[in-house]
Write a protein that binds this ligand. Structure first.
Ligand SMILES: Cc1ncc(COP(=O)(O)O)c(C=O)c1O
Length: 379
């Protein structure tokens, strides 16, 4: 199946009881059994729910995986992956990644004896020096949030295989429309479904996709034992969101490209971070592993002061000042005080995430209106 057909039909069958073409919202907490342990495969809705089952099949299909698991948020999905580990195990993760992932690793899991190395992953080979007998997981985000750095997934997957460690890729920024990490050798793909998969800024959800049956069983055990499952209404909304992923992403990419070039040519803009520029340090890798470059970008102003940045952030009318990304509407964000505030300032600065950095999630509105809005805000 080609991409568009897959996004519309993936994993979804007409409802077996009525033939309803759209998977119904099974709003139930439990299922009646004919006799003890005699049931239709559904016992209790933390463990199984038919709306979630349909969505999990769709998740698997859109990432070319065998299995999908849905969680109540992106961080809940990440949490399940780290719970595969035990005290003494080590993780190699990117130094430039979503602040909430860093917070979960450093503030929640470090105290349970899991060691995290945060490193620059733009050159995959630099990972090797951190690999040792305790390395059990390599965690990458590409493109990174918010600096749009690119990591070579196939190269890291070869290193993970040699180290007998798992590779998990946070594919939130790219979405399965742009990039499929399982095809490049990753063991697990993670998404904040809240973003492009949901697509309409109305759901918090996360997911994991994988090919290995044992890994699926371990993660399913954690999903039901720890209980961070999404409700059926949210699953329904995401099933609907996925059906338009390709048309939305196509427009996100077109608008993203236009706005990235507009910003780059703006006299008051200093630097634009977008992985579709031919002079982006890892453009060749991005081109190799992505189908297009998406609508996420960050920029700094020539007047590199926090106050000027804050003025721009407060002056847009169409770009809403809000955390999150990947919805149909455009958002503007100040990573230092919003999405990445949980990363200590010195750490942020070391990675190039300055106090004046502005991040855009370019939506699918008419691009001329978006440019007019940025023009009046930047001045
Ligand atoms: C790249 C990335 N990963 C993970 C997450 C966490 O997902 P959620 O907010 O759905 O828990 C986010 C949220 O912004 C994100 O941007």
């Amino acid at each position: 199946m080609k991409l568009g057909t897959k996004f519309i039909h993936a994993g979804v069958e007409p409802d077996p009881t009525t033939g309803a073409i759209m998977t119904p919202i099974y709003q139930t907490s439990t299922y009646v059994q004919e006799a003890p342990a005699q049931h239709k495969g559904y016992e209790y809705a933390r463990s199984q729910n038919p709306t979630r089952t349909a969505l999990e099949a769709a998740f698997a299909a859109i990432e070319n995986g065998k299995y999908g698991l849905a969680f109540s948020s992106g961080v809940a999905a990440t949490d399940a992956v780290i719970k595969l580990l035990k005290p003494g195990d080590e993780v190699i993760a990117g130094s430039d990644m979503y602040g909430g992932t860093y917070r979960l690793f450093s503030k929640v899991f470090e105290k349970f004896g899991i060691k995290f190395h945060y490193i620059n992953m733009q050159d995959a080979n630099s990972i090797r020096q951190y690999v040792n007998g305790n390395t059990k997981l390599i965690w990458i985000e590409t493109p990174t949030n918010p600096l749009m750095n690119i990591t070579d997934i196939a190269a890291v997957s070869a290193i993970a295989r040699e180290a007998k460690a798992l590779l998990c890729v946070d594919n939130t920024f790219a979405s399965p429309y742009l990039q499929n990490p399982l095809d490049l050798g990753a063991d697990i793909v993670m998404h904040s479904v809240t973003k492009y998969l949901g697509g309409h800024s109305d759901v918090i959800q996360g997911c994991l996709m994988m090919n290995d049956k044992t890994l699926r069983e371990q993660l399913y055990f954690l999903q039901k034992s720890c209980g961070a499952v999404p409700g059926p209404q949210d699953c329904f909304l995401v099933l609907r969101g996925i059906k338009t992923l390709h048309v939305r992403m196509q427009r996100h990419c077109e608008n993203g490209k236009t706005i990235a070039h507009y910003l780059r040519n703006h006299s008051k803009v200093s630097r634009v971070y977008w992985c579709g520029f031919e002079d982006h340090p890892n453009y060749e890798i991005a081109k190799k592993q992505m189908r297009d470059f998406g609508g996420m970008m960050s920029f700094t102003l020539k007047d590199d002061s926090v106050n000027t940045a804050k003025k721009v952030l407060s002056s847009t009318k169409l770009f809403a000042l809000a955390e999150s990304l990947g919805g149909v509407e455009s958002l503007i964000n100040h990573p230092a005080s919003m999405t990445h505030a949980s990363i200590p300032r010195e750490e942020r600065l070391k990675n190039g995430l300055t106090d004046s950095l502005i991040r855009l999630s370019v939506g699918i509105e008419d691009v001329d209106d978006l440019i007019e809005d940025l023009n009046q805000a930047i001045g």
